[in-house]
Design a protein around this ligand. Structure first.
Ligand code: SF4
Length: 291
């Protein structure tokens, strides 16, 4: 039986996918709001260990989707990733899609030719946390990237054939900076057009509360549900990308589950949000929200 190093995370859209844990933790691990991998020290497993674990998973038949964990498996050398992909395809002949988490830095570090090779050998989606498009907020959360870097990373990966699934965290600017956060995030989406976009809501674990709020000094007041819905509404309203963006807010942390194609379904989604703001329609009870 395969042993995963817990905690183990995967995007909601990969709920049915097989997980291959090629790395432990996140190679960056310094974002102030994030507790996901704080208990882990970043380690890249050797090919021999990963191949042995894929062999252990080979009893699963008809595997069509694999997600490579943990935090940013794209930090692995391209040669190693290509060997892992080859082993996966040999073990699971029905495999259709390989995805992984990446960050802006490790996309920009790969050459175009490396990204094209990864795409040709099966990498379909990189999950990328934008968190915000505001350079001010990115600085406060210690993300160590700019809006310009993030747009460049999306354009680079997508032009090499790999789709980007990007995430924005509503509530990240609190009451004080919500407009700046959302306006700049919408601008980032408009200049980069990720194939998929999702929102999740800020939920701080006790261990990162002080770390997250300290850089805002006394100016951080968390958004309540109405504040979060106001952010979702403005974000959707400002998205004017000429491309089809598949939008979801189906993460366990979300106040209101939403899904549609942007900008096509803008009106429908805004109506849904307005209804929730008026009489609570569709709002998920607090007790069932989580990370
Ligand atoms: S948000 Fe992503 S990049 Fe930042 S510490 Fe968490 S896993 Fe790492």
């Amino acid at each position: 039986m395969i042993h995963y190093d817990e905690p183990l995370f995967r995007p909601p859209s990969e709920a049915e996918s097989l997980i291959v844990q090629a790395t432990i933790g996140c190679s960056y691990n310094k974002c102030t709001f994030c507790s996901m991998y704080k208990t882990k020290r970043y380690t890249a497993k050797s090919y021999e260990i990963i191949a042995g674990e894929i062999d252990e998973l080979s009893s699963f038949t008809d595997v069509r989707r694999v997600v490579i964990a943990d935090g940013d498996a794209l930090a692995l050398d391209t040669t190693l990733l290509l060997k892992i992909f080859a082993k996966l395809k040999e073990t699971f002949p029905n495999l259709r899609r390989i995805s992984l988490y990446g960050n802006t830095g490790n996309i920009l570090k790969k050459t175009d030719s490396e990204l094209k090779q990864l795409s040709e050998e099966g990498l379909s989606i990189i999950y990328l946390g934008f968190e915000s498009g505001s350079d001010f907020i990115l600085g406060k959360i210690n993300k160590d990237v700019s809006k310009k870097d993030q747009a460049q990373a999306v354009n680079k990966a997508q032009s090499c054939g790999i789709d980007i699934s990007a995430t924005i965290i509503t509530g990240l600017g609190g009451e004080g900076y919500w407009k700046e956060h959302i306006e700049q995030s919408a601008d980032l989406v408009n200049i980069s057009s990720p194939k998929y976009l999702s929102t999740l809501s800020l939920m701080l674990q006790p261990d990162c509360h002080v770390r997250f709020t300290a850089p805002f000094k006394s100016l951080f007041t968390p958004q309540d549900d109405m504040g979060i819905l106001k952010e979702e509404k403005l974000l959707i309203n400002l998205i004017k990308s000429p491309d089809r963006i598949i939008f979801r807010s189906n993460h366990a942390s979300n106040v209101l589950p939403l899904s549609g194609i942007l900008p096509r379904d803008k009106e429908k989604l805004i109506n849904q949000i307005e209804l929730a703001m008026e009489n609570g329609t569709g709002i998920r009870p607090l007790g069932i929200r989580g990370l």
